[in-house]
Design a protein around this ligand. Structure first.
Ligand SMILES: Cc1cc2nc3c(=O)[nH]c(=O)nc-3n(C[C@H](O)[C@H](O)[C@H](O)COP(=O)(O)O)c2cc1C
Length: 230
């Protein structure tokens, strides 16, 4: 597949066929993704391939409270857990999460409720002894650390596309990363970065909704003129 085409059309996939994904495929995805860019080439990623059903269910149970809080914030018109936000409004919204959870429990459930059933579940960890983070000592929110892990996650998703597989990067369990670390015996030198769910897609999302370049790129200054197509 053409690289540009792949970059423009690889969307999040949360519905998978029952077909199992063989171990060889999972190995190949990681074998390709390991060439991802990362700070200082320290390759601080670690991956736990979760096969044990009890551990999968426990991860689903860790995922769900955050998911209902996410839905509650979306319903209130908020960007969930935005770094800069109105915390009072956020707290009010999150207060509705239990009602959303109750309503969900009465239904068939979606991706979140069936999170434990995904064909492949990869927990991504960051090794803090190897994560090169130039903004580590900043007195504001830090950005750089994740940039050594998430390109690796994206490379797994692109490699999956090349194999006829698909999936989604999820971070909801990071809301309770202590519980995940305990569950997976992660030492405190490592942080949980997310969970990748992969499988054979029921359908591949290809029509992605994104804002145009003119809305996010400017020339010379933050408030400079929009970068226009030549
Ligand atoms: C850092 C990050 C965290 C995400 N966390 C979750 C998550 O916890 N659960 C989930 O279902 N999707 C999650 N996603 C997937 C996004 O919802 C998805 O990429 C976005 O909605 C765009 O979807 P599209 O490419 O299909 O248009 C995450 C994606 C990223 C990059």
């Amino acid at each position: 597949m053409d690289l540009t085409e792949a970059l423009r059309t690889t969307g999040a996939v949360r519905e998978f066929s029952d077909d199992p994904v063989d171990d060889g495929s999972v190995f190949r995805l990681l074998d390709t993704a390991r060439f991802a860019p990362n700070g200082g080439n320290r390759q601080a990623w670690r991956v736990v391939v979760v096969r044990d059903q009890a551990i999968r269910r426990a991860l689903r149970d860790i995922y769900l409270p955050g998911w209902y809080q996410y839905l509650a914030q979306m319903a209130a018109g908020l960007t969930p857990w935005a770094v800069v936000t109105d915390r009072v409004l956020e707290d009010q919204a999150v207060g509705q999460a239990d009602a959303i959870a109750e309503a969900a429990a009465a239904g068939p459930g979606g991706f979140a409720e069936h999170f434990d059933e995904v064909p492949v579940m990869l927990v991504l960890l960051a090794d803090l002894t190897r994560l090169a983070t130039v903004d580590r000592d900043a007195d504001h929110y830090t950005m750089v650390g994740g940039a050594s892990i998430y390109p690796f996650a994206w490379s797994i998703l692109l490699a999956a596309r090349a194999e006829g597989l698909a999936g989604v990067m999820t971070t909801m369990v990071v809301r309770d990363d202590a519980a995940v670390s305990e569950l997976l015996h992660v030492p405190d030198t490592h942080l949980v970065a997310g969970v990748l769910a992969l499988g054979r897609p029921v359908r591949q999302m290809t029509r992605l909704r994104r804002g145009p370049v003119e809305e996010f790129a400017t020339v010379d200054r933050f408030n400079g003129p929009a970068l226009e197509a030549p």
